[in-house]
Design a protein around this ligand. Sequence first.
Ligand SMILES: NC(=O)c1ccc[n+]([C@@H]2O[C@H](COP(=O)([O-])OP(=O)(O)OC[C@H]3O[C@@H](n4cnc5c(N)ncnc54)[C@H](OP(=O)(O)O)[C@@H]3O)[C@@H](O)[C@H]2O)c1
Length: 260
Amino acid sequence: MTAAYIITGASRGLGAALFTALAAPERQLVGIAREGLPAEVVQQAQEKGAITEQIAADLSTASGVQTVAAALHELAIKPRRRCYLIHNAGTLDPMAFAGQWDDPTWVARSIALNVSAPMQLTDAFLRATVGIPDRRLLFISSGAAHHPYPGWSVYGASKAALDQFARTVALEQIMVQEGARVCALAPGVIDTDMQKQIRAADSEQFPQRERFISLKQDGRLQSPAEAAHRVAAWLHHAAFGEMAVLDLRDIMLSTASALE
Ligand SMILES: NC(=O)c1ccc[n+]([C@@H]2O[C@H](COP(=O)([O-])OP(=O)(O)OC[C@H]3O[C@@H](n4cnc5c(N)ncnc54)[C@H](OP(=O)(O)O)[C@@H]3O)[C@@H](O)[C@H]2O)c1
């Protein structure tokens, strides 16, 4: 029986690194992004023996979410011992002070991608995977859920919403038979396109820009591969789901061996 891993935002950054880090024989990987996945990401996963599938879907739209929800249903029809969904796709937009947002559609699109899509796909996943003994839901959150960064009001609020959603669904899943394990995990700072976007931001709209430029210059960003290795180790850990909201940096401090 193959295990299934579904990863949103798997075309680049942390999601692409997770796609290849999780690849192994007897595993089916499903990667989602607006235009599908680059050939090299798929090839790397296949070379490690994984069965791969990709879905082109814009998760900021209702039709994109519906496409992925239908795919989750199809995926779960096969008998499986394990089915894991990683909600990774996300956006920082609008990176600007409230009162100065240029595009009136920004907020709705960001909330749709960062909050509504993970919520709706969680519902679809929990319905589709009833009876699979090991089901896990991982939400990629952010330290911005707890610390307010001027310029990131929508992003921080969206990640705080995800955290509270994860806490609540985790409690619900304890109350149902063969409930899923749930965790919202802040991954730390990773050297991806999102960090490039932060370093290119207007300092007036994101006053902490210099701090992020220094993190890059001082070599203090995790590579996507390092972060993916740690996230994947936690996803498979026996303690996954015991705490519904966690920061990868705290896990590294308290139980470094857990991530080896
Ligand atoms: N990088 C960091 O330092 C950092 C820190 C804390 C938390 N995080 C979180 O980690 C996650 C991954 O971040 P990252 O840095 O890897 O970001 P990234 O490099 O910007 O990649 C974002 C991914 O999301 C996908 N995506 C964007 N809009 C989408 C849409 N409308 N529909 C479907 N997919 C979409 C992108 O694919 P396409 O553009 O190809 O569609 C891409 O694969 C995010 O949730 C982010 O908030 C990152």
